[in-house]
Design a protein around this ligand. Structure first.
Ligand SMILES: [Zn+2]
Length: 458
């Protein structure tokens, strides 16, 4: 087999680890963890590490090896993973990257990936708080976008809430302005393929969100039964007694290391209260609140992961297939959607399809058409949005309507975008002013006649 790699991506709790084992067993593969929390030692339950007795003897690399406070950047991950992939290839085996941290995956699969910037916020959960601004009033969201990405803001009308929000969201999730992304993706330098591996097969495990939310909730309930609080308490005590040092001393820094894991800080209040109170109903309320916040944060994280795949990863894959057509490619990449919504059909829909596709792709370099193996792929594997954005960034202009400006006390009337401009030229508002202006030019030397009341027409 060629020196290919397999990557399994998708939301938390969708079954990536299970598919990883199933593929590794059939294809003589080894697993590389691509989850930024599972690299840490401890919190095995919270971070969903696959237990040793379920690993079926398959080697799992880059899992469970860092101390809780150690910083581990995306560049560290890329370096380590590349070394391990080389070793796996030398053993004539297939590296299978299983990961929930999408920017890990992306910078591993592509050289000079766009996300390897200093500005990139490596903590993809920190934006939870900031994200509240996305629910703010349209003016507030627009103002924020003007601050962080004036180029993009100038392209959107301030009332185009959907687009304004999305541009801001992209900035918040990546630390890089949306306009920069679009420009770089259109840069001929970037267009030339920069895939690291000659054959890259990505499986996107997808579940309907409604179904997934239920599954995530019951997983959290199971975590609690199997010792989530014991696990947290152990780590809390280690910090308190100084057994584990953190940058803040004997206190957790929830923005660093393993303490970012969803499900840790959510119980801070409850566990602190337990230490000083016997008030059972009160404690129970705090506990319930903690569980609720953990569930909400997990649902939100799943959505962030999907947005990333749809807005970024799919776009990159699409670029590669364009490059292929232009014969600028250095490798083949395919992304396959697998429907994991129903666990009853897992073997047919997920396991068997993945095995068949992976074999064919790694052997021949050409796999089946992604839309032929899954009826939902056609809709979900689309990343049209960014293409449109590119056109907009390059072609959208601001138009200055001279006619309407005259009737507006010379305060410039600006129209955003070609479509809007054409609509404006056809509008009654504009046409009536145009007609009046013509009349005034002909009969009053371009001046407003004394009888004319501007207020009436505006
Ligand atoms: Zn006009």
């Amino acid at each position: 087999m060629q020196k290919g790699v397999i990557a399994i991506i998708g939301t938390t709790g969708v079954g990536k680890s299970d598919l990883g084992i199933q593929l590794a067993k059939t294809l003589q593969g080894e697993i590389i963890n691509g989850d930024s929390m599972q690299v840490y030692k401890g919190l095995d339950i919270i971070t969903n590490k696959i237990p040793l007795n379920e690993q079926e003897g398959i080697p799992h690399h880059l899992m469970d090896f860092l101390d809780p406070h150690q910083e581990y950047q995306v560049t560290d991950f890329t370096k380590d993973a590349l070394r391990i992939i080389k070793e796996i290839h030398n053993r004539q085996r297939i590296p299978i990257i299983v990961g929930g941290t999408n920017y890990y995956i992306q910078s591993l699969l592509w050289k000079d990936s766009l996300i390897e910037g200093d500005s990139f916020n490596t903590n993809d959960k920190k934006s939870d708080v900031d994200e509240e601004i996305l629910d703010a009033k349209p003016e507030v969201v627009y103002k924020r976008l003007q601050e962080v990405d004036p180029v993009m803001a100038s392209k959107w009308h301030c009332n185009d809430t959907r687009r304004v929000r999305r541009s801001l969201q992209i900035y918040m999730e990546t630390g890089k302005p949306h306009s920069e992304w679009i420009k770089e993706q259109n840069d001929p330098k970037e267009k030339a393929s920069s895939l690291r591996f000659s054959r890259t097969c990505i499986f996107w495990l997808y579940s309907d969100l409604e179904v997934l939310d239920h599954r995530l909730n019951s997983r959290i309930d199971r975590m609690i039964k199997s010792g989530l609080f014991e696990e947290i308490n152990y780590l809390r005590n280690s910090v308190k007694t100084g057994k584990i040092q953190t940058p803040l001393g004997n206190k957790e820094d929830f923005t660093r290391g393993i303490w970012q894991a969803i499900g840790y800080k959510e119980f801070e209040q409850y566990l602190t209260a337990v230490e000083g109170s016997n008030d059972a109903p009160y404690l129970n309320t705090l506990k319930t609140q903690g569980i609720e916040s953990m569930k909400v944060a997990t649902h939100r994280y799943a959505r962030t992961q999907i947005r990333w795949i749809r807005n970024k990863l799919l776009y990159k894959c699409q670029q590669e297939s364009l490059n292929n057509r232009n014969e600028q490619h250095s490798g083949n990449i395919r992304i396959y959607l697998l429907d994991a919504t129903s666990l009853e059909t897992w073997n047919q829909e997920v396991r068997d399809k993945a095995i068949a596709v992976a074999k064919e792709f790694l052997e021949n370099g050409i796999g089946p058409n992604p839309t032929s193996i899954n009826s939902r792929a056609k809709d979900l594997l689309k990343s049209k949005k960014d293409m449109n954005d590119l056109e907009i960034l390059n072609n959208w202009t601001k138009y200055h309507c001279n006619i309407c400006t005259i009737f507006n006390d010379n305060i410039p009337v600006i129209i955003n975008g070609n479509y809007e401009w054409n609509q404006h030229l056809k509008s009654r508002k504009h046409k009536s002013k145009l007609k009046l202006k013509k009349q005034f030019d002909e009969n009053y030397n371009g001046q407003f006649p004394p009888w004319f009341n501007k207020k009436k027409i505006i």
